[in-house]
Ligand binder design. Structure first.
Ligand code: GTP
Ligand code: MG
Length: 231
């Protein structure tokens, strides 16, 4: 069941939707993190929680095909209190659950919003997929596509909807570039060619505060979200 129908389910239509619900309360900004297997999505979610949790009320939904592995990692690392971390077992190709039948993810987000309200931010991590995976705009307000330098510096050139249209492209594991012969300048040029003015951030999550620029990008969207709700 696809629930992205504003006329029948206005509270569930997030594409260009307002931050306020019908009852006048503000819903959380939903940010999706997608991208290939092992690119650093969970590491990014963990770092974002650690950086943003003091200032904002956050919850996380993870997607895995057959396990709850990513949620268990985040719980073990105690990046947020346990009630703020939920796992969705997709049982199918991860993109299905974030793009085609988003109902399990929507239910997870809505349950978190219901029990932890008011929430400022929900981070939704997709299971690792391929370059075609994107989130439905009925599920997230902003999407981040995470790739990494060790999978080949030609990845930005290969394009695909995640690379060309995501609201933010994150190119992770820059610390590995010298070891795998990846040319970061070429990756930056190719990403610019694919994305025009859409932002690209290079990260190394092994360095202290390596997530800072991404956290600032989310903070800017959260601030705008709050202003819109207050207007
Ligand atoms: N060297 C290096 N390793 C990293 C970096 N970011 C993540 N890793 C490591 O890369 C591996 C995969 O990271 P994850 O965050 O689990 O990747 P993921 O995209 O969530 O993976 P799936 O959910 O399985 O698709 C882990 O061993 C991380 O510690 C980085 O910036 N540099
Ligand atoms: Mg993961």
């Amino acid at each position: 069941m696809h629930l992205d129908h504003p006329e029948t389910m206005p509270q569930r239509h997030t594409h260009s939707a307002e931050p306020l619900r019908a009852d006048g309360t503000r819903r959380a900004l939903r940010v999706g993190l997608g991208g290939p297997v092992g690119s650093g999505k969970t590491a990014s979610v963990a770092a974002l929680c650690r950086t943003l949790r003091e200032g904002w009320s956050i919850a996380v939904v993870t997607n895995d095909i057959y396990t709850r592995e990513d949620a268990e990692y985040l719980l073990r690392e105690a990046v947020l209190p346990p009630e703020r971390i939920t796992a969705v077992e997709t049982g199918a190709c991860p993109h299905t659950a974030i793009r085609d039948d988003i109902s399990a993810n929507l239910e997870a987000v809505e349950h978190l919003e219901e029990t932890l309200r008011p929430l400022d931010l929900v981070l939704i991590e997709s299971g690792g997929d391929n370059l075609t995976a994107t989130f439905s705009k009925g599920l997230v307000d902003q999407q981040i596509f995470v790739i990494d330098v060790s999978s080949g510096d030609d990845i930005p050139r290969k394009g695909g909807p995640g690379i060309t249209t995501a609201d933010l492209l994150l190119i992770n594991k820059t610390d590995l570039a010298p070891h795998v012969g990846a040319d970061l300048a070429t990756m930056a040029t190719d990403a610019k060619r694919q994305r025009g003015d859409l932002p690209v951030i290079f990260t190394s999550l092994t360095s202290d505060d390596g997530i800072r620029d991404v956290a600032d990008w989310i903070t800017a969207h959260l601030t705008e979200w709050h202003h819109k709700a207050a207007a």
